[in-house]
Design a protein around this ligand. Sequence first.
Ligand SMILES: Nc1nc2c(ncn2[C@@H]2O[C@H](COP(=O)(O)OP(=O)(O)OP(=O)(O)O)[C@@H](O)[C@H]2O)c(=O)[nH]1
Ligand SMILES: [Mg+2]
Length: 401
Amino acid sequence: MSEKKPGFFQRLFGGNQPEPAPAPEDTVPETPVTPDAIPDVPEPEPEPPALTEPAEPPPAPAHDLPPGPPETTPDYIEDVEDDLAAAPQAVAEPEQPKGWFARLASGLKRSSDNLTNSITSVFTKRKLDAAMLDELEDVLIQADLGIDTAMAITETLRRDRFDKDVSGEDVRAVLATEVEKVLGPAAQPLLIDSTKKPFIILMIGVNGSGKTTTIGKLAQKFAAEGKSVMLAAGDTFRAAAIEQLQVWGERTGAPVIAKPAGADASGLAFDAVTQARADARDVLIIDTAGRLQNRDELMNELEKIIRVIKKVDPEAPHATLLTLDATTGQNALKQVEIFGQRAGVTGLVMTKLDGTARGGILVAIARKFGLPVHFIGVGEGVGDLEPFEAADFAKAIAGRE
Ligand SMILES: Nc1nc2c(ncn2[C@@H]2O[C@H](COP(=O)(O)OP(=O)(O)OP(=O)(O)O)[C@@H](O)[C@H]2O)c(=O)[nH]1
Ligand SMILES: [Mg+2]
């Protein structure tokens, strides 16, 4: 699937061309990321949701976003702002249509640049000593890879290279090997069991993590495989969320089961499952409202949605996918833990890997939870969702050819 032409890395990482300057971390985007910037999505998408415009939250859902500022504006929301400010450069780089691997590599460029630069600054032609290993461990932890992975890498180096010359390149080779080792078991495709009619996918996650967009991308993928898809606008809190899914439905040819805003989400899910079953659809994908994992009442509601789905089909949902925003950083670990406990997550989709410096978090998540990572999102366009490949990801994040 990947187009690993020699020379990609030369162009991507050659270092001769000045990289388009990333937006400074503390710069708020003047304009939100809009699909207008994406060449392969012709028509405008609905308003980006609250998370992309935290400065002006929509009138929305008391139960979607709790009132008042405190825990409702966690760090990761600012991170999303920061990273989305940089995202257009990653996704909008137009000219030649890139192959998958090139897009992954350029998406992860901020992550890999970060790592490469830090590693280079630690390894300056000296013999490997304990201080360098300590520094390296810090660098790897700061890159969100997790303590275990950081220690595994430094231990390998300590064992094999202590008191010997070691270069940044050597270190990145060890990094790539270790990351691939961790991610390998997690890279599992999402298998659609065709004996289930419909195969029911429930999409869950915190606000703005990419649920609705990922549903659109998945609908497109399944339709292209000849599957009949139905969508359910289970984010009944916001009219804009319902419209957003309807736009994806029109774009991908999938009918959308919806009710007016304010309707009960579990009732909507029940209707959708019943309808998709009556129509013998291949796949039903149910959207849900974004919810922070520490909002107990919202997590109760999610459990209720699942209970109601099970009333129609006790084995459903057949896949419960948690979308994780790669720009979130460490908070993603908490999200996996709590959503896993409350909703029985069966697989992960990591979105917004384009243009974030925090892609390393996927390694920490894979090591800690061992959950399948089915797809990764590398842009806002309908084609910007790819099956997750451990070796490619490892090479890209370690900046290796
Ligand atoms: N750059 C980039 N942007 C993405 C990606 N996935 C989603 N987005 C953008 O992130 C924003 C939020 O995406 P949504 O799909 O609306 O997120 P959501 O989880 O449905 O949000 P709520 O319904 O508000 O909880 C939108 O502007 C999307 O276009 C991705 O892989 N890369
Ligand atoms: Mg949504």
